[in-house]
Each structure stands twice: as structure tokens, then as C-alpha cells.
Design a protein around this ligand. Structure first.
Ligand code: TYD
Length: 134
């Protein structure tokens, strides 16, 4: 694929009392998690993201509900719908992402490879394209 991202099918341990999905550093995901955050209470019609990262890796999971992630590598765009809690989208650095179409009650769980650092963000699309050196 031209994109530095791929869908990871996480384990789902199922029994009559429900499901559990474990995520283990370097086992289910190719990086170590340093930070976890989640988006919730997203008003209908809102979108999030609209930035790139210089070095951050992330695994994005719809822990509840569903939403669409549009990935742009500067040349091509593709949209992935996340709608199962045992499905994760792994994003490597250098991708512009938009997250939209949140279902009511959706929870967007993000496992990140680094602590929060505003300097790692690229929030201007023109700068993103310039940094990609395309
Ligand atoms: P931002 O990453 O811009 O949100 P999104 O991409 O989901 O639309 O973050 C929104 C605000 O939250 C911004 O002021 C930075 C702050 N923030 C933290 O302080 N720590 C964090 O770990 C994250 C992800 C955001």
C-alpha cells in the first residue's frame, strides 16, 4: 500500500458475559504505548483531527460506536470506517488525518507512542505538503 497505515485485527476474547480485547506493546501493535487518550461527547456533525504528526505513531480504535478516518499521505486519500472495538487503525508518522461521521455515543480511543508534544503536530495543510517534499 502507498499509505503508512493499516488495519489491525486485535484479539477478541469472547464469552457469554461479553468480550475483552487486550492490546500489548510490540505484540499486537508495532510500537510501545506511552499515552492513551479518548475523544467522546462529540456533537453530531463535528469532525476532529485535521493535522499531521512528525514522529508520533498511533493506534486508533472505535471503543464504542463508529466513525470514519480519512488518511492523506500528500498524494492519495483513503477513508477507513472503524466500527468494531477489536479493529484498530495503525498510523505511522507523516499522515494527515480527519476523523468524521461520529455515531452518537462514539468513543475514539487513541494509543500513542509518545507523550503529548505540540511541536510534533503539523496543523497547517500547506506546511504538511511542504514537509512531505512531494
Ligand atoms: P487536538 O489533538 O488538536 O484534538 P483533535 O486532533 O482530536 O481534534 O487536541 C485538542 C486539545 O487538547 C489541544 O489544545 C491539545 C490538547 N491535548 C492535550 O493537552 N494532551 C493530549 O494528549 C492531546 C491529544 C490533546
Amino acid at each position: 500500500t502507498v499509505f503508512d497505515c493499516n488495519v489491525i485485527h486485535l484479539p477478541r476474547i469472547h464469552n457469554r458475559a461479553g468480550n475483552i480485547t487486550p492490546v500489548t506493546n510490540f505484540t499486537n501493535i508495532p510500537f510501545a504505548v506511552k499515552r492513551v487518550y479518548y475523544l467522546y461527547d462529540i456533537p453530531g456533525g463535528e469532525s476532529r483531527g485535521a493535522h499531521g504528526h512528525k514522529s508520533l505513531e498511533q493506534l486508533i480504535i472505535a471503543a464504542s460506536g463508529s466513525f470514519d478516518i480519512t488518511i492523506d499521505d500528500g498524494r492519495n486519500k483513503k477513508t477507513v470506517q472503524l466500527n468494531r472495538p477489536n479493529m484498530g487503525l495503525h498510523l505511522k508518522p507523516g499522515l494527515w488525518r480527519d476523523i468524521s461521521n461520529f455515531s452518537s455515543g462514539a468513543i475514539c480511543l487513541v494509543l500513542a507512542s509518545e507523550h503529548y508534544n505540540e511541536k510534533d503536530y503539523v496543523r497547517d495543510y500547506e506546511e504538511f505538503i511542504r514537509l512531505k517534499n512531494l
